[in-house]
Design a protein around this ligand. Structure first.
Ligand code: GSH
Length: 205
């Protein structure tokens, strides 16, 4: 059976929603990041990066959100979770997900985990102080990328579920009403049965 290692309200929320949308048979394994469970030797043996999410498949583990979301979409084509049959549309899906992973996620991490980049307290404070402006700039770019009503246009995809995570984080950092298309995606994802189930399962409902 598939096994997803996750932490509540972490970026692993996206593949968690993805597995539920796919109707997959999976076990969700919770890690307590504050307690450092991601650095337990047993977990590091599976994912030497010491991060969530990690999806264990019958062929082995997959890390990195864009790769996991792609795998879910391709493994469950009947769920139509990404435009896998159209090379251009699929590249746009990947481009959007990779942009979230390497862009806005990293800018949030400057606020949440500045100690990754510096041991110096003043430097950490400086990284944290700059994060909201960078996150706001990222949401502005994302707002321009959304075709509407969903990220890729008429059809829901796991790019929407992935964006949903960063909107949840962004609400506590920037004024989200400045990004109506982003918020429309968030609101549409929030009411989907798969999302509601996963939020409840992660204790976030
Ligand atoms: N590029 C990775 C980033 C994963 C990541 O940074 N996960 C965070 C949670 S959102 C984590 O596990 N942090 C634990 C830590 O830094 O110790 C991905 O997109 O999957």
């Amino acid at each position: 059976m598939l096994k997803l290692f996750y932490a509540p309200n972490a970026c692993s929320l996206a593949p968690h929603i993805g597995l539920e949308e796919a109707g997959a048979d999976y076990e969700a394994v919770r890690l307590d990041l504050k307690a450092g469970e991601q650095r337990n030797p047993d977990y590091l043996a599976l994912n030497p990066k010491g991060r969530v999410p990690l999806l264990i498949t019958d062929k082995g583990p997959i890390s990195e959100n864009p790769a996991i979301l792609t795998w879910i979409a391709q493994a469950y084509p009947e769920a139509k979770l990404a435009p896998t049959g159209d090379a251009f549309a699929f590249a746009k899906f990947l481009s959007f997900c990779a942009g979230l992973s390497s862009g806005i996620h990293v800018n949030f991490a400057h606020a949440f985990r500045a100690s990754r980049w510096s041991d110096d307290e003043a430097a950490q404070a400086s990284l944290k102080a700059k994060a909201p402006a960078n996150v706001a700039a990222d949401f502005k770019t994302i707002e321009g990328q959304i075709k509407g009503p969903f990220v890729l246009g008429q059809d829901y995809s796991l790019a929407d579920a992935y964006l949903f995570v960063f909107v949840r984080w962004g609400k506590n950092m920037v004024e989200m009403s400045a990004y109506p298309k982003v918020m429309a995606v968030h609101d549409a994802v929030a009411v989907r049965p798969a999302t509601r189930k996963v939020l409840a399962d992660e204790g976030l409902a």
